[in-house]
Design a protein around this ligand. Structure first.
Ligand SMILES: NC(=O)c1ccc[n+]([C@@H]2O[C@H](COP(=O)([O-])OP(=O)(O)OC[C@H]3O[C@@H](n4cnc5c(N)ncnc54)[C@H](OP(=O)(O)O)[C@@H]3O)[C@@H](O)[C@H]2O)c1
Length: 204
């Protein structure tokens, strides 16, 4: 797939690395001059992948958004026309909402003609870099109204090394998926259990 990553810090950088490894054509829609995190990422995946947001978007069918949620309206303004493209929202509006929207997903649905899915928001970036615990692949989760975007998010989750990608439901469940991320943050950070833990669904 032709993938553009906007917001190539902890989460975007981890997924960019995994998708490059999986053989996808990955471009980084970056802010210039490059931040220290992006300079380090460029050393790992090649600086030729770094370009403006508009240029990276125009060459891509799938766009991962992993910026602070408050930046979403600015990101939308820089992306240009994304009609028919798949927009994967990995943000969590936990500390503050991207007003007037509850989440970046809702802003993307309202303000773009893209196919939007919330995914890659529910676990720490370390688990995206290494989603295997004791030989078992972790689960990823997604939500949104677009079935085509979910199909692509599922494929990209598997390509990043996750075992499966559970469908949390439609757009009405997007905020629940952010609360699910908050549950991980609560256990890992607020309750002090550490970031090397993850959720996996098991069936009897
Ligand atoms: N950290 C996690 O484990 C984790 C897990 C799941 C979901 N999330 C969510 O993922 C998102 C990113 O988190 P992170 O930890 O990866 O953050 P981060 O390391 O701080 O990276 C944020 C990225 O967004 C870019 N950015 C900031 N403002 C921007 C703007 N106005 N336009 C374009 N790009 C902009 C930054 O660019 P510069 O480098 O140029 O500053 C940086 O590349 C957040 O919404 C967070 O809630 C985080």
């Amino acid at each position: 797939m032709n993938i553009c990553v906007i917001g190539s810090g902890n989460v975007g950088g981890a997924l960019a690395r995994k998708w490059v490894e999986a053989g996808h054509a990955v471009l980084i829609g970056a802010q210039f001059p490059l931040s220290e995190k992006n300079v380090q990422l460029a050393r790992l995946i090649g600086e030729e992948r770094f370009t403006s947001i508009a240029s990276a978007v125009s060459h891509s069918d799938v766009i991962l958004i992993a910026t602070p949620p408050a930046a979403i309206l600015e990101v939308i303004a820089h992306m240009g026309d994304v009609t028919g493209k798949t927009l994967v929202d990995a943000t969590n509006a936990i500390r503050s909402k991207p007003e007037p929207y509850d989440t970046a997903y809702h802003a993307l649905v309202d303000r773009t003609g893209g196919e939007v899915v919330k995914c890659f928001n529910s676990t720490g970036f370390e688990n995206m870099l290494d989603p295997v615990y004791q030989g078992e692949k972790l689960d990823m989760f997604m939500a949104g109204d677009s079935e085509s975007a979910k199909q692509i998010a599922r494929e990209l989750a598997l390509d990043a090394g996750f075992g499966t990608c559970w469908d949390f439901g439609k757009g009405a469940q997007v905020s629940l998926l952010e609360q699910f991320a908050l549950s991980w943050i609560n256990l890992a950070i607020m309750q002090g259990q550490g970031r090397d833990l993850a959720f996996r669904v098991v069936r009897r």
